[in-house]
Structures are given as C-alpha cells and as structure tokens.
Write a protein that binds this ligand. Structure first.
Ligand code: SAH
Ligand code: SF4
Length: 355
C-alpha cells in the first residue's frame, strides 16, 4: 500500500480498483503509518504549488430560501421550521464593502436556490461589488441557473462559481436530490468551465449508503473534471430533514479525501470547511496540514448567521467581521502557515484569463 501511495504521489493518478484498495487500507489508518504518510504527501504537493500561503475568503450567506429539496440539507424547501431571510442587493454589497476595508479580496456569495434573485438582481449585486471592490474576486455559490444567466453573471464580473457535484454516483445523487438530475449537474459544471469561470466541484463524505467505491468515483470524477476549486466536507445530519437520524461523516475520512484530492488535482484551491470544524475543533487545522489551502470567514450580518443552518450545530460566531478575521489569522498561524489576503486565483489563471 505504501508503494501505491508513493506512486500516486509521484504520478498524480491512480486507477479505480487500486484506489478502492487504498481507501480500504486507509480506513485502518493506524496500521503502517499509511494515513500520516498520506497527509505528509498531500502537504508536500500543496507546498510545491502554493508554498505556505493560505488564502482567505469572505463568505456572505445572503438568502436561506431554497426551491430544492435535497434530502440532507436543513434549508430544503420542505423544512417548515426554518425562519427564512433574504438580504437586499444593497445589504449584500454593504457586507462586501466592510470586508474590502478589512482587506478581503475574494467574496463568496452563497444562498439556497432562490429565484427571487433574478438575473437582473444578481447582475446588480455583482456590478455593485465590482464598482467598490475593483480588484476583488467574486465567487457565486447559488445553485443551478441557465447557461444564459451564467454568461450574464460572468460578463457582469463574477469570476468563480462553486457547484459541488455532491456525489459522483448517479444512483445516490438521484436518491438525495428529488427532481434533480445527475446528468444536468455534470452539464452545468461543464457549462461553467466553458464560460471561463474558475469552477468548483466537490462532495460530501459519510453520506448514508456511501461506500469506498462511491468515494473512489468522487475522487476520479474530480481528476477528470480538473476543477480550479474543490469543496469537500463531512455529511452532518439535520434533524428536520429526512436524513436527520443518519450517522454523520467522520473527520478522519474527510481529511483523507482532502489529501487524496490534493494528490489527484495538485493545483486546486481546496478550503478547510466549517463543517470540519463542527466535527472537530481542530478540524480546519488538520485539513490545512493535509492539503487544504483556503479558509472562509463569515461576513454575513450577525443576526442571520444562525438561520443559515445547512446542518445542525453549525458553528457560527456572533462576532463582528474584525474578530472573525483575527480568529482566522490565528488558526492559520497555529497550523504553521501564512495568511495571504490576495485574490488567490487558481494557478491556471494567466494574466487574468483562464488558460
Ligand atoms: N444552494 C447552493 C449553495 C448552498 S449549499 C448549492 O446547493 O449549491 C452548499 C453546500 O452545502 C452543498 O453543496 C452541500 O454539499 C453542503 N451541505 C448541505 N447540507 C449539508 C449537510 N447536511 N451536511 C454537510 N454539508 C451539507
Ligand atoms: Fe438548497 Fe443547496 Fe440546500 Fe440543496 S444543498 S436544499 S440546493 S441550499
């Protein structure tokens, strides 16, 4: 197994069957030091490409309304117990203004799939941010839209788009997403790439009925898509959803997937996610030491943060952006890395254009 891991480290590629074997072996990670070797290989690859830098993003969760009904998510349409909110265009822009003055140069605008934010409203938000933050990157994470809308968002100045594939198993995907199709998800990711967005895919770890075969498919899906960003997080149940009583993902397995994603897509931007910290207070630091190179800080207005509950016990701070920034800086330093407040574009970007 050590040899297999070393091959993967050197070549950045692996076939499905050996990958499943490797995942099975890694589940017994205290044997042979395989798990810690994986972590150090991932850290070496990350350092080769990005050095010690950790990029910091400002996250604005601007609406918790959603027309989708993903079985795992606390914001699903069917959950009547959520107190719903929407931020106005001006409020979103204001969050970015505050963030910009604190030094943030990437804003991630995230919401449920909420058609209230029409193409025109989104263009107004993106244009408004562009005007006051000319050198900042704008990332959208608002679910599936039409090709025409994606194009308009890109033309208005959005640079990046996050749309996790969630799981690369068609069966599992369609069980978890009533009325959504796996083919459509893949097509949307391809559309985003074609338009020129730095595109983010990714998946959850520890979903009900997910096996190492599924996870191997997820990793190989990423290898093939070669996205600029990769979001991986543990599945965490929310009791007001149909999966409320299922087991949650583990931090060990999630970190394992982060490290393998780093080996397979060496130049990707990979965040240490809040969901990891919810599982383990040291979760984000562990991820940073195992291949992750991005941290997100919450810039949403304090009063809406508890309402954006994708999963239960989500860590949120009721602290002002200044304090969140300090906390993030400390986390990065404690993990042994250096904060980088720049845009933190993908290494594939040359002169502001995708290669
Ligand atoms: N509505 C948009 C963005 C918000 S959801 C979208 O779906 O793309 C952002 C991510 O949160 C999803 O991609 C999903 O992977 C994650 N998520 C949702 N519910 C979760 C849960 N219960 N546990 C862990 N991650 C969850
Ligand atoms: Fe909506 Fe996204 Fe949650 Fe699905 S994961 S219910 S699309 S917010």
């Amino acid at each position: 197994m050590i040899k297999m891991l070393d091959d993967l480290y050197e070549k950045g590629t692996i076939e499905k069957e050996p990958l499943v074997d490797l995942l099975d072996a890694l589940d017994h990670y205290d044997e042979q030091g395989l798990y810690s070797r994986l972590q150090s290989c991932a850290d070496a690859v990350r350092r080769k490409h990005y050095g010690q830098s950790v990029f910091v993003r400002g996250l604005i969760e601007f609406s918790n309304r959603c027309v989708q009904n993903c079985l795992y998510c606390g914001l699903r349409k069917g959950n009547q117990r959520v107190q719903r909110y929407r931020l106005s265009q001006e409020e979103v822009i204001e969050c970015c203004r505050t963030g910009y003055s604190l030094g943030y140069r990437t804003f991630v605008l995230q919401s449920g799939e909420d058609p209230w934010y029409t193409q025109d409203k989104m263009v107004e938000i993106i244009g408004g941010i562009r005007k006051i933050c000319p050198d900042a990157a704008i990332t959208l994470s608002i679910g599936e839209r039409s090709m025409a809308e994606y194009r308009k968002f890109f033309e208005a100045g959005a640079d990046r788009y996050l749309l996790r594939h969630e799981t690369a198993s068609r069966d599992l995907y369609e069980k978890l997403h009533p009325f959504m199709s796996y083919e459509a998800r893949c097509e949307h990711l391809n559309m985003l790439k074609r338009i020129g967005f730095q595109t983010g895919a990714g998946f959850m770890v520890g979903l009900p009925d997910q096996t190492n075969h599924h996870l191997a498919d997820d990793l190989l899906f990423l290898k093939k898509l070669n996205p600029e960003m990769i979001g991986i997080g543990p599945f965490l149940p929310h009791s007001d959803t149909p999966l409320g009583n299922r087991r949650r993902g583990t931090i060990e397995k999630t970190i394992m997937m982060v490290a393998l994603a780093r080996l397979l897509v060496p130049d990707a931007l990979i965040p240490a996610t809040t969901a990891m910290e919810t599982l383990d207070p040291k979760g984000k630091e562990k991820a940073l030491r195992s291949g992750a190179n991005v941290l997100m800080t919450n810039l949403s207005p304090e009063e809406v943060r508890p309402k954006y509950a994708l999963y239960e016990n989500k860590l949120y701070t009721d602290e002002a952006p200044e304090c969140c920034k300090q906390y993030t800086e400390d986390q990065i330093r404690n993990a042994g890395y250096k904060i980088d407040m720049g845009r933190g574009d993908s290494l594939k970007m040359v002169n502001g254009m995708m290669e």
